[in-house]
Design a protein around this ligand. Structure first.
Ligand SMILES: [Zn+2]
Length: 98
């Protein structure tokens, strides 16, 4: 295969893996990958990356960050209430209002 096609396939592969390419492009990429070992290896390496860094890992991270964020807000809210309560309580004790 020509170097031009290899460059083209290398450019198209990310979109092809994300299924953003057209049918014609998919056919072209698939045909080239089948006949060109270099590009097939590149494709398999990219798929390997995608599988490693794909949904489960990323979504779990996002989910964890989101739940930590929500928990953090709840904890922060409680802390503010507790601190304000303590400050008010201390103020009342010190000034003997009650
Ligand atoms: Zn190639």
């Amino acid at each position: 295969m020509s170097n031009f096609e290899c460059d083209l396939v290398a450019d198209l592969l990310p979109g092809y893996i994300d299924r953003k390419t057209s049918n014609e492009t998919n056919i072209f990429v698939e045909r080239h990958i089948k006949s060109c070992q270099e590009c097939r290896e590149l494709y398999e390496a990219m798929i390997g990356d995608v599988v490693v860094a794909d949904r489960p890992v990323i979504n779990k991270r996002k989910f964890r960050i989101n739940s930590i964020g929500k928990m953090g807000l709840i904890v922060l809210g409680y802390l503010v209430v507790v601190v304000l309560g303590l400050v008010a309580f201390t103020y009342i004790i010190v000034n003997g209002v009650l």
